[in-house]
Design a protein around this ligand. Structure first.
Ligand SMILES: *Cc1c(COP(=O)(O)O)cnc(C)c1O
Length: 340
């Protein structure tokens, strides 16, 4: 099976497994895991932040950020199809008493023009607008990337309005490789940044919240509350460090493979790439009625040995990652063209 459902389906490489089994570990709840401590320092430095907090999932990193920035009755300004409000099981409301003020963007991206005028008045009838959250690359938007200029503008606008700014950077690595802009420049416009090691970077688990020392110290208490404080977790941190050292530049291969698949999709009458330009490793497309539903199309591909994700009646996502080779993506492209 060629598994293009998600970049989370990867298994650790032999090099990663070797790094994991060689890891020095200790009890991270006591702050005694040297590999976790090193990963937190190293990743924070990469993004120009004071401190880092290792957590099991990207969802937890985002939800801790919401909790440390906001109080109950606060709201977040956020693009309507963002992971935080769409795919985190209602976390802001359930965990922090926070409302998501959703704003339609363009393929997941927001500009100052979209945000301007959205801050609530200081009035007892209103929620308090407190946080702007961006997502880069944007998953549901189609792996779309912000320009650094656009992010800096949103950040300046937010700060001028007294709002904090958070980045859901689960796939910031893909944005770094696509744009050639370094991690530190992407970190600067944000108070906090959440990054994932288990998507494109290919670790079995692991994410991190980055930010100022005081917010991260608060986040450490929230991580305990949310059940995310782990013990000898240096084995996972070692996988993450290995991925930072070996798996970032290779994301360019995933982007090239996504182009091969996108090209095949674009050639099938009744399939439409949405968005039309594939920028990174996510290929989202719509299938029209002549092909049946997205589920039926994915069943047909499955019979050819290709797994994709039907994520709506007419919507399919195909994702490239370190677990699929160029040759496998070329085979997938052939199978897709055969559906014409
Ligand atoms: C996957 C993902 C996350 C976090 O997901 P977990 O499965 O909780 O690690 C957060 N944001 C985006 C944009 C994602 O794609």
């Amino acid at each position: 099976m060629i598994d293009l459902r998600s970049d989370t389906v990867t298994k650790p490489t032999p090099g990663m497994l070797a790094a994991m089994s060689a890891a020095a570990v200790g009890d991270d709840v006591y702050g005694e895991d040297p590999t976790v401590n090193d990963l937190e320092r190293h990743t924070a430095a990469l993004f120009g932040k004071e401190a880092g907090l290792f957590v099991p999932t990207g969802t937890m990193a985002n939800q801790i950020a919401v909790r440390v920035h906001c109080r109950p009755q606060d709201e977040i300004l956020i693009e309507a199809t963002s992971h935080i409000c769409l795919w985190e099981a209602g976390g802001p409301a359930a965990l922090s008493g926070v409302t998501c003020h959703t704003i339609d963007g363009r393929h997941g991206l927001l500009s100052v023009a979209d945000l301007d005028g959205k801050v609530r008045p200081d009035d007892m009838h209103s929620v308090r607008t407190r946080l702007v959250a961006l997502e880069n690359t944007h998953n549901r938007g189609g792996g779309t990337t912000y320009s650094l200029g656009a992010v800096n503008e949103v950040s300046r606008w937010a700060r001028a309005n007294g709002l904090a700014v958070h980045l859901d950077g689960a796939r910031i690595w893909n944005a770094i490789v696509k744009t050639g802009v370094a991690a530190e420049a992407w970190g600067k416009p944000f108070d906090t940044v959440a990054v994932c090691f288990s998507k494109g970077l290919g670790t079995p688990a692991g994410s991190m919240l980055l930010g100022p020392r005081d917010l991260i110290a608060h986040g450490r208490r929230v991580r305990k509350l949310f059940g995310g404080a782990m013990r000898q977790v240096g084995y996972l941190a070692a996988a993450c460090r290995y991925a930072l050292d070996h798996h970032i530049e290779r994301l360019a291969d995933d982007h090239a493979n996504a182009q091969r698949i996108a090209k095949a999709v674009a050639e099938v009458p009744g399939f439409t790439l949405a968005p039309p330009e594939v920028e990174t490793n996510l290929v989202w497309f719509e299938v029209d009625a002549r092909h049946g539903t997205a589920k039926q199309v994915s069943e047909r591909l499955k019979a050819e040995g290709i797994l994709v994700a039907p994520l709506g009646t007419r919507v399919i996502r195909a994702v490239t990652h370190l677990g699929v080779t160029r040759a496998e993506c070329e085979r997938a492209a052939v199978a897709i063209r055969r559906l014409a």
